[in-house]
Design a protein around this ligand. Structure first.
Ligand code: CDP
Ligand code: CDP
Length: 246
């Protein structure tokens, strides 16, 4: 009698620039596959919020290293109400919820400056590896496929044109009643992209084995269907390999 093969759980890494749709995609893929969803960018944003609140200069590397060491950041799945309101991960900074507070353009800019500091990255990467280390996880960010989980079984590099990415972000700001113009958002996105791609430590680059997906003209659902199909193929491949080795 044949026994049913248990499908292995993958680690899925999704990287890409601001507004490319990483969070929406990662969250939807995790939902379909029954995986854990983790937003690594929320950790950089939470630490940046603390630095801004404590008025620490963003070029004071030593103090920021210390701040990262002394800070506790936790990502939790949203409650059904928070999910309905569009929240992805619920984010706790030293035990207090900051899920909404980290979603401003000021925090995004500060996060991308903090993210250039090697010591800060080391601490947050270790935390991300601990949180996602059990597999059955979709993690999104800038360096997930290259640094955090270089052995992830499926890596996606998500792209979209800068204009479309800025427009997506601008719509979110509009919905929250914020008054940034589309041109300001485009400038913010371009500046962050440049810093993320050009920094010395763990820059935003496509891993050699990442699948490039340009979703400029695709919606979240279409993109998620494509990635779930790739994930199912990988699951089957791994199950076959495990079967041969057993
Ligand atoms: O996480 P990231 O900054 O890469 O992007 P996101 O937060 O997932 O997406 C930014 C906005 O674009 C959200 O409001 C998404 O609903 C929207 N979006 C879209 O309209 N079409 C896509 N294919 C992907 C995202
Ligand atoms: O949602 P969006 O794509 O706009 O940004 P995010 O994913 O929340 O990340 C905010 C900033 O954190 C990015 O601009 C990066 O500088 C940094 N980041 C990073 O360096 N590495 C990661 N794995 C995730 C975020």
């Amino acid at each position: 009698m044949r026994t049913a093969t248990k499908m292995p759980k993958l680690t899925i890494a999704i990287d890409g620039p601001a507004g490319s749709g990483k969070s929406s995609l990662a969250k939807r893929v995790a939902q379909i596959l029954g995986y854990l969803y983790l937003d690594s960018g929320a950790m950089y944003r939470a630490l940046a919020l603390k630095a801004l609140r404590e008025k620490i200069a963003l070029d004071n590397f030593l103090t920021l290293d210390e701040l990262a060491r002394d800070t506790h950041i936790e990502l939790k799945p949203p409650t059904p109400e928070q999910e309905a309101a569009g929240s992805k991960n619920c984010v706790f900074l030293d035990g207090k919820e900051v899920t909404q507070a980290i979603r401003t353009a000021e925090v995004a800019q500060a996060a991308s400056r903090l993210a250039t500091i090697a010591g800060v990255r080391e601490i947050l990467v270790a935390e991300q590896q601990r949180a996602g280390g059990g597999g059955g996880v979709v993690m999104e960010g800038r360096d997930i496929g290259t640094v955090v989980f270089p052995r992830a079984e499926l890596k996606i590099f998500l792209e979209a044109s800068p204009e479309v990415r800025a427009e997506r972000r601008w719509k979110e700001h509009q919905e929250k009643g914020e008054t940034m113009t589309l041109a300001q958002v485009l400038e913010e996105v371009r500046e962050r992209d440049r810093r993320d791609r050009e920094r010395k430590v763990s820059p935003l680059v496509r891993a050699a084995d990442a699948v490039l997906v340009d979703n400029t003209a695709m919606d979240v659902e279409e993109t998620a269907r494509l990635v779930v199909m790739l994930a199912r193929e990988r699951e089957k491949e791994l199950a076959r390999t495990a079967g041969r080795e057993a």
